[in-house]
Design a protein around this ligand. Sequence first.
Ligand code: NAD
Ligand code: MG
Length: 395
Amino acid sequence: MQAADPRRVSIFGATGSIGQNTIDLIARDPDAYDVVALSGGANIARLAEDARRLRADVAVTAFPERLHDLRAALAGSGVMAAAGPAALVEAAARPADWVMSAIVGAAGLAPGLAALEQGATLALANKETLVCAGPLVLETARRHGARLLPVDSEHSAVFQALVGEDMAAVERIVITASGGAFRDWPLERLASATAEEAAQHPNWDMGQRITIDSASMFNKALEVIETREFFGIDPDRIEVIVHPESMVHALVGFRDGALMAHLGAPDMRHAIGYALHWPERRDLPVARLDLAALGQLNFRAPDGARYPALALARRVMARGGLSGAVFNAAKERALDHFIAGHIGFLDMARLVEAVLDRFESDPGLIDAPMTLDTVTQTDHLARQRVDAAMAQRAG
Ligand code: NAD
Ligand code: MG
């Protein structure tokens, strides 16, 4: 039998936590893949080394001022160097069979859309894509016959539990949350929590931003919206449950009362590998659970006072339109300020809520037709409004 042609793959956000896990899987079977594009940010050495090793056609840094460094690091390798947001979109438009979307934040949207427009299968770790522009992204995929596969662990778990099932038989989707770094802290302590403390995840090893978002549950809030968009399920059928062990990733409840759970060690290579090999299952280098050693699994309802982001997500889903783009951008900007030490941990939700209030009193903005341009403009305006709200508090 003749070996199949290598699959053409691109990885956006290749230098990050998801990107490196994706490279780990691909590098185990180098003959099976033809790497088209890799992208990164400020870590030029990492990007260049992986691009050389995997013989990528092009490597792109998000930062134009780093193009010179990237060129130097790639000298003599035959890998093309490029930089900036437009170069990211161009790289995503290069023909590929499978594209990993693992940039963090709304910056992942435009390259993701470009990948769908060329008909590639888009493995979506970047949850912001569906939060900011779910209807636009799904319509783009439909129009170009492209497929979206979830990589967020909860959504991969739901997707797997739904194989062979009819969405009409689904009563509810339950996604689990570890509760993050402050799960067991007394509420009074949260106001003075630092970014360093918030960046300590109890179970998962992830990028800094998503780890802090886990402590505030802004990550879970984004995931609830992502669940709604990806699976087209009513918001009131989506539940969040705190599960400190992070072994059950999600559950799907059916009309006959059956509840199908997906379990696995907290290792993102499972969800990445499932999306890479879908619809097949292949061997993956992830730990196998020893249930007897685990002994017990715990579950509890999330406390609304501790995690105000969850109620904000409900509000965004009820409002629809461009409110997801507002929510995500305001959250990203508030997170910038928290990481910089300008605001406290609890101020993030307050700022996001204030910005949502302002947009909701201006329906012309939120209900504008959803295009990449309107989403981008809304994103910029929401960030400006976070800064304006901060200036007002300071003044
Ligand atoms: P990370 O911070 O480790 O890596 C982010 C990547 O994006 C890096 O390659 C970085 O260079 C690049 N990047 C950052 N800013 C950029 C910009 N403005 N333009 C272009 N590229 C930029 O993040 P991560 O933890 O790997 O998460 C990536 C995405 O996957 C996020 O959307 C996150 O929510 C999602 N996700 C991550 C995990 C996880 O385990 N890490 C799990 C589920 C979902
Ligand atoms: Mg997740």
